[in-house]
Design a protein around this ligand. Structure first.
Ligand code: UDP
Ligand code: MG
Length: 313
């Protein structure tokens, strides 16, 4: 099979028919053998009924229906597991990504020998303040932390070699950083293609303000797991020691001033205690988060999703 198109979707019943017709047009024009895998991530609208109807008319359309909403990463993960094409292309369901890009993306993977080609929405049709600006900041941070020179990590439109999607696991909210996961797995040849971006035609965005905070925390996870995942002591050992030494010095200072100079009731003392407390709590919280992350990565349940129904898979 030439190409698998993996589409995660959550309440997108309005666009699915139009989207799949457009994809069919493009792949037929290029005589590509294909499958479209739609992963219904717990939609509460008619998305699944629409998928069933589409499948009845075109056996190349396949579906996975989650029992509940697990998130875009989970949907991609299951789509990747099922995909059989030589090239796998992921695409949002909201018609913001153009299916016209499919042949060129596929060509870049095959002829340019890229492991991944990521779309770059150079010109965006989203809200400038709530999306475009924060996304610029994120991309700059992600570039710096991952060492991957992509302008647009979060673009839903990406193409992968078969081997890449079979070697990585996407979970949590890591769909933003799939190229980083691939890099860890040893796939380094990452290309970028400027893609046409369109305004959302139907429905509304499924990610609210928490995208910023979750995106940031995931970036931190990516960074720490990548850098210190195999040697957490190098990070926590250092900062734990620094924090402990600071606390010890303040303690010695307090002891000396009390017993040798009889200084008591200094106003800054509560401040010192507060500082130490804050540092210790900070370190503890951070450490807990990091350990939690490492445990989660090893949990056999980390990518276990209840699938209510499958079509064609
Ligand atoms: N999506 C999903 N599960 C979710 C949230 C979103 O499968 O929990 C899908 C959504 O239906 C769409 C894609 O992920 O196909 C991108 O979502 P959206 O367009 O809302 O994100 P934005 O373009 O605003 O970043
Ligand atoms: Mg969108």
């Amino acid at each position: 099979m030439d190409v698998s198109i993996v589409i995660p979707l959550f309440n997108e019943d309005e666009s699915l028919t139009e989207l799949s017709a457009w994809i069919e047009r493009v792949v037929n024009a290029h005589q590509l053998s294909y499958e479209i895998i739609m992963i219904d991530d717990g939609s509460t609208d008619n998305s699944w009924e629409v998928i069933e109807k589409l499948r009845a008319n075109n056996p190349n359309i396949k579906g996975i229906k989650f029992q509940r909403n697990y998130g875009k990463s989970a949907a991609l993960n299951e789509g990747f597991k099922a995909a059989q094409g030589q090239v796998i292309i992921t695409m949002d369901a909201d018609m913001q990504d153009s299916p016209d890009e499919i042949p060129e993306l596929r060509k870049m993977i095959l002829e340019g020998n890229y492991d991944i080609v990521s779309g770059w929405k150079k010109k965006r049709y989203d809200n400038a303040l709530t999306k475009n600006l924060p996304s610029k900041l994120f991309n700059a941070a992600a570039r710096k932390m991952s060492g991957i020179q992509l302008n647009d990590f979060n673009c839903g439109l990406k193409a992968y070699k078969y081997k890449v999607v079979k070697s990585i696991e996407v979970y949590g909210e890591m769909h933003r950083y799939v190229p980083v996961l691939a890099k860890w797995a040893g796939f380094r040849k990452v290309g970028e293609k400027v893609v046409e971006h369109r305004a959302r035609k139907y429905g509304v965005t499924k990610f609210g303000w928490d995208r910023f905070i979750n995106g940031f925390l995931d970036l931190m996870s990516i960074f720490f797991v990548g850098k210190f995942g195999k040697r957490p002591m190098h990070f926590f050992g250092l900062w734990g020691t620094v924090s402990f030494m600071f606390g010890l010095m303040v303690f010695i200072y307090l002891t000396i001033s009390k017993f040798f100079f009889d200084v008591t009731g200094m106003t800054q003392r509560p401040l010192f205690f507060f500082a130490i407390l804050a540092m210790i709590i900070g370190t503890q919280l951070f450490l807990s988060g990091f350990i939690g992350e490492l445990i989660a990565r090893n949990s056999p349940e980390r990518n276990h999703y209840l699938i209510e129904q499958k079509l064609g898979l």
